[in-house]
Structure formats: structure tokens, C-alpha cells
Design a protein around this ligand. Structure first.
Ligand SMILES: [Zn+2]
Length: 148
């Protein structure tokens, strides 16, 4: 998922939820964070499919792991720096259609809807993201916003 452009902040940022290794994984899979996206964030494993990379990037937004977001971004489209908006609280992820992106593919797309609350206002981001392999590992390339 890309950075979301936000307007001026008028309210103090909401406190980030504390996610521990034993917490339910923010990505929505029925697993603890430490056994799910946490192992990708920690660098002990690489996401084997584009969908799992997508989920782990969403979880990285939730836990504020900008370094993971940058290192799983294709070099050609990666921003130099990434400032996560502390006023953004991601509240849920739904994965829609996915194409290719398996252990046997070099590219893939994943359509998702990510829900959030920003400045007290709920919203959602509906995007089709493109993924590719870089040095064997899945990386995020770019995405198209979809109409609701
Ligand atoms: Zn997860």
C-alpha cells in the first residue's frame, strides 16, 4: 500500500495499539503476530506469497515498522524515506482477489480494502497492489486506487 496523503492534523494522534508477539495478528489471519507477520518483520523469514507480503505490509503500518515497509518496496518505486502518520490508526484488512503471486510466480496482484480511523473519522483504502520478486523475495511495486 502506498502512502496516503493527509491534510493538516487538527487532533492529537491516537495512541498506537500495542502489538506483542502473542497478540492476534493485525493482518486478520487466525494466528499470533509473532508466528504470522512478526516473523517477516523480524527478518527471520520472507513472505512466500504476494498475499502474505501484502498482509505483512499492512501489519507493518499497524505496528509502525517503516523500515520493513521500505525494505519490501521495489527499488524503482521506493521512496527515500517514509514518515508514518501517527494520527492514522489502521483497523482492519480484507483481502479480495489475487492473481498469481504464489511461490511459483514472479509477479502478482492483490486487491484489498484497509480500514482506518484518522482524526476520529473512519475511512478505507481500496487498492489493487502490484508485487514482483526482487532478489527472490516479494516486494511491493505500486498500486491503483479503486472506486468503491
Ligand atoms: Zn499476519
Amino acid at each position: 500500500m502506498s502512502r496516503r496523503k493527509t491534510g493538516p492534523r487538527r487532533r492529537p494522534p491516537a495512541p498506537a495499539p500495542t502489538v506483542t508477539a502473542a497478540s492476534p495478528c493485525p493482518c486478520g489471519l487466525d494466528a499470533a503476530y509473532g508466528a504470522c507477520c512478526g516473523r517477516f518483520h523480524g527478518g527471520t523469514d520472507a513472505a512466500p506469497t504476494a498475499e502474505l507480503l501484502m498482509r505483512s505490509r499492512y501489519s507493518a503500518f499497524v505496528v509502525g515498522d517503516a523500515a520493513y515497509l521500505l525494505r519490501t518496496w521495489a527499488p524503482g518505486t521506493r521512496p527515500d524515506t517514509l514518515d508514518l502518520d501517527p494520527g492514522m490508526r489502521w483497523t482492519g484488512l480484507e483481502i479480495g482477489a489475487a492473481t498469481e503471486g504464489s511461490a511459483f510466480h514472479q509477479r502478482g496482484t492483490v486487491t484489498f480494502r484497509a480500514s482506518y480511523v484518522h482524526g476520529g473519522e473512519p475511512g478505507s483504502l481500496h487498492e489493487r497492489s502490484r508485487f514482483a520478486r526482487h532478489d527472490g523475495a516479494w516486494v511491493y511495486v505500486d498500486g491503483d486506487f479503486l472506486d468503491d
